[in-house]
Design a protein around this ligand. Structure first.
Ligand code: 5GP
Ligand code: ZN
Length: 113
């Protein structure tokens, strides 16, 4: 996907502050952080969002959550963290490449807005 912002970040065409990377997953600091720790965790496979997850591509999602557990350990987020995905415009999705917000290091209210 040449015109996908997050695919371009994966390719290094747009710079990012990387938090984690392996063959399947990239995590980088959000440009507009909503918590003292705010990473965006993405599969390298282009999937448009949570509504496009299927039996054929869901392994990419498992890889993302394996990465999240590794990041939480490496960043010492043992106090707790939140993982959020926005799906669709009404939910606030602005980039059509599946991504998970990883928030930590502040009290996170519930229910969220
Ligand atoms: P969404 O609104 O789709 O759930 O999340 C997209 C996130 O990507 C937003 O939190 C936004 O701040 C972040 N973002 C958008 N463009 C860039 C960028 O060029 N670099 C980085 N690091 N984050 C970005
Ligand atoms: Zn993409």
């Amino acid at each position: 996907m040449n015109d996908c912002l997050f695919c371009r970040i994966i390719k290094g065409e747009i710079p990012s502050v990387k938090v984690f990377e392996n063959d399947d997953v990239l995590a980088f600091k959000d440009i507009n952080p909503q918590a003292p720790f705010h990473a965006v965790v993405i599969p390298k496979q282009h999937i448009t969002g949570a509504a496009a997850i299927t039996a054929e591509n869901s392994a990419a999602v498992a890889k993302v959550f394996e990465a999240i557990a590794e990041i939480a350990a490496a960043e010492n987020l043992s106090d707790g963290f939140r993982v959020v995905t926005n799906c669709g415009e009404a939910a606030g999705q602005t980039v059509p490449h599946l991504h998970f917000h990883l928030w930590a290091r502040r009290d996170l209210g519930w229910p969220p807005g």
